[in-house]
Design a protein around this ligand. Sequence first.
Ligand code: ZN
Length: 240
Amino acid sequence: MNNKLALVLVDGMAAYSEPALVQLFAAFKDGRLLRYPVNAAVPTLSYPNYATIISGEDPDLHGLKDNADRRRLKESHVMRGIVQQGGVVGTVAFSWWKDLVGEVGPGRFYEAEDTPDEWVFQQAEELVVQHNPDFLLIHPMGVDWAGHCFGGSSPNYLLAVGAMDALINNFWLWWREHTGGMLMVGADHGMGPGHMHDGNGPLERQIVYYLDVNGRSAPQAPINQRDIRRVIETLMGLGD
Ligand SMILES: [Zn+2]
């Protein structure tokens, strides 16, 4: 595969936190990143939303509607598709991803939601050096954790998003230099009033995806979370 893609899926990063994404937003203004407002699927819960991102189906179709119901995703999904076409899928993510997709390739999983985001990105770089993945999922939880502990309107939450912005920007430069690959940055859901998310409100549903196509053609814009699978497949040149 010639078109490598890293997806940084920031857990719980709401669209309204975008002012804290100083470097990514500057890159969008400079024309170095594309930017798409996207609606998260409902319920705005992590496990159902992960399943929607990779399967391209809403929870009513893929059937996973609760974080407590962590069955393996039965539907076809983009990570399995890449492996079936001879690609390598690397994953550095919260352990729920292992429940969702099983072992699809080299992976490093963490159990604690307050695992430092720096560790997650370090592991991702090590994994790239060791395994040279075609598709790399990096899934940090620090922003979601700050939202649950302190609330989406707290300074702590925006500080976590700001720290994430710096980590992503550093990784982006490293990834381009080492692989010539593309980058997608997005979220599973936002953060609602209070310290929770699961509902249908705009604070929970409105998220933003950024994309560095690295010289390749821009895809048809995603509107809903179920469109992300198609964007990944288009960018990586995967037919179905
Ligand atoms: Zn989540």
